[in-house]
Ligand binder design. Sequence first.
Ligand code: FES
Ligand SMILES: [Fe+2]
Length: 381
Amino acid sequence: MTEYWYPAIADRKVPRRKGVRRTLLGQEVVFFRGKEGQVVALSNWCPHRNASLAQGKCHFAGTITCPYHGLTFDETGEAKAFLGEGARSRYIGRRGADARSFPTQTHKGLVFIWMGEGKPSPIAEDVPPEFFDPKSLVLFSQQRWKANWRPALENLQDSHAFYVHRNSLEVLSQDEHGLNLLLHMGPERPPTKIVNGRALVFENTRFFDFQDSQQKRKTNIERAEFQETYPGLGGAKFPRTKVRLHLSHVMGFLRRHLRQERDWMVKDEEWSLGVHLPTTFRFDYQTHVYSRAVTPKNADESWIFYYNTSYPATPLRRLRHRLNYVLYYDWKQHRNFSGQDKRIVEEISYKEPQEKFSSSDAFPLAYRLLVTEHSRKPDAD
Ligand code: FES
Ligand SMILES: [Fe+2]
């Protein structure tokens, strides 16, 4: 899926006087600063003799100079001077002397890149609306997973959460309702639909409600008792103890006394609970919106971007939200919780010839269908 805007790099990671190199969608890209200070991107290999532009310097505003023979490019990739040959160089203006440039846009401190063959689509079709909303606070983190982008994204609304995350701080700090939500739903999954050909969401976009003690009436799915009995295991129970259940009562007590204001934050169905093309997973926690966006690095590695969106009403709340993110949330959600996914996903053999799906894999399967049937193709422009 090349014909999309993808998150690429934090604006603050790009220095003033030199470039920085990143592998994105299997290509080497150099980021540096344009005339206005904005982050711009070129193909990293110098068209002259393929030196790495990321080793070069930015001697003149809005340019980068190749470290080898000094070919100097502006932010559009046009070769402007050949410092090694001097001002009389006949190379400038020659066909093929320019470097390929990639369109970029920076929103909320995050640089997005278009690496498609076709004309760039409107960025708001690919990037969540809060990035264009002056009132929102969007905090983000970036990780690198040693996994192909598809398995990196596909651990979605299937049956893994109950098992993989059972000892995460996120699960252990839930109250009774939260724990009930994270309990397995059995083999069924609620129905999904495709919105505007760009997103796969649950028909009831609000069934995942941590506040609601009666979630099952929203999904018509019976939830399991905390411990279930497995005849195939000689009647053994799993989970093997009720420790987590007891803990959830304590957490419920604490949470009721530390209650934060909550309300649904995502108004636009297209960006609600589900996954949006190309690779953004969304979850409205009512205190913040959680998103996970995957940018393929190459066939075997992925960049994972986490967005945390909120709408703090006062500067003090803004500060509190930021501090909480830096000191606690980023670790709790993206290292402790998602680290459990990372550990599994990095070892998945996605090149195996076949998988044998269960009914609870309906969501990742529906996502594959969304990609095959609805993703933008280069020739569609
Ligand atoms: S390789 Fe870049 S100037 Fe020669
Ligand atoms: Fe997970």
